[in-house]
Write a protein that binds this ligand. Structure first.
Ligand SMILES: *[C@@H]1O[C@H](CO)[C@@H](O)[C@H](O)[C@H]1NC(C)=O
Ligand SMILES: *[C@@H]1O[C@H](CO)[C@@H](O)[C@H](O)[C@H]1NC(C)=O
Ligand SMILES: *[C@@H]1O[C@H](CO)[C@@H](O)[C@H](O)[C@H]1NC(C)=O
Length: 240
């Protein structure tokens, strides 16, 4: 009798494992913990299983049709009421170890935070922004600051020049806990820096206006995705 139960249990276990493998194979990229397409099909919805839908507190971020990307995107107006909040309910996108965050961005001009954890900007987690760079044709670089859970030591930000204003670029920021390497990909080009530790991604995230310092993004953003692991360059290209 015991042997029979064991055989049944083994069969059920093998079946269960088979199902898991099958569903994983059908899922193009597993470990997706947040996905806001930010278009006229899904609006502010998070279409990952976690469903942490974004909110537009002042109703001052606008769904806009952009001919050069032949799709709809959200446009930020460069003022303090123009921002989106991404609630990290149950720490669903707390990717404290390895992480990949990506988005499409079209800047109209100013150096500002684009997408960041912790709306107070005290702890930041992963802060994606634009900073002024003397030599760049656009005058701006995309930048990522990773902040460690314990904050110590500070991590040197990674920067990559933005080709031009009013032009879309794709940004992916990656942290690999196993190798202790942070990466910034701008249109697939890579900058990297070493650091070790867990990153402070336990907060809500925000895009657009920031409170401290008071800076607000003027431009468009679409298709923000967060994964709980290090994507390879090929996987990033597929996810784009
Ligand atoms: C944002 O950019 C647009 C397009 O370049 C410009 O017309 C507008 O004045 C800018 N807004 C702010 C607040 O800078
Ligand atoms: C929304 O943005 C517009 C245009 O920049 C501005 O005039 C208006 O005051 C903003 N609305 C709120 C509620 O702040
Ligand atoms: C991400 O993966 C780590 C294991 O590497 C796990 O401990 C953590 O709970 C995961 N976080 C989310 C938000 O899925």
């Amino acid at each position: 009798m015991l042997r029979f139960i064991l055989i049944v249990a083994t069969f059920v276990a093998v079946e269960g494992h088979g199902d898991a493998t099958f569903s994983k194979r059908n899922d193009p990229l597993p470990d997706l913990v947040a996905f806001w397409p930010l278009n006229n099909k899904h609006f502010l919805d998070d279409i990952s299983d976690n469903q942490n839908h974004a909110t537009d507190p002042w109703n001052n971020v606008t769904l806009t049709y952009k001919t050069y990307r032949s799709c709809t995107v959200y446009e930020f107006r460069g003022n303090p009421s123009s921002y989106l909040v991404f609630p990290n309910n149950g720490n669903d996108f707390d990717t404290r170890r390895s992480t990949t965050t990506m988005a499409w961005v079209c800047p109209y001009g100013n150096p500002v935070p684009i997408f960041y954890f912790d709306p107070t900007l005290n702890d930041k987690g992963v802060q994606i922004s634009q900073v002024i760079t003397g030599g760049a044709p656009s005058g701006l670089s995309a930048s990522v600051k990773f902040t460690k859970r314990d904050g110590i030591p500070p991590v040197t930000p990674l920067e990559k020049e933005i080709p031009a204003l009013n032009t879309w670029y794709h940004l992916a920021v990656v942290y690999d806990y196993e190798n202790g390497m942070g990466h910034l990909y701008l249109n697939g080009n890579l900058e990297s820096a070493p650091f070790e530790g867990e990153i402070a991604t336990q907060y809500d995230a925000q895009a657009g206006a920031a409170l401290l310092p008071q800076e607000w993004f003027n431009g468009s953003i679409t298709c923000i995705q967060i994964y709980n692991r290090t994507l390879t360059e090929a996987e990033i290209k597929a996810a784009i």
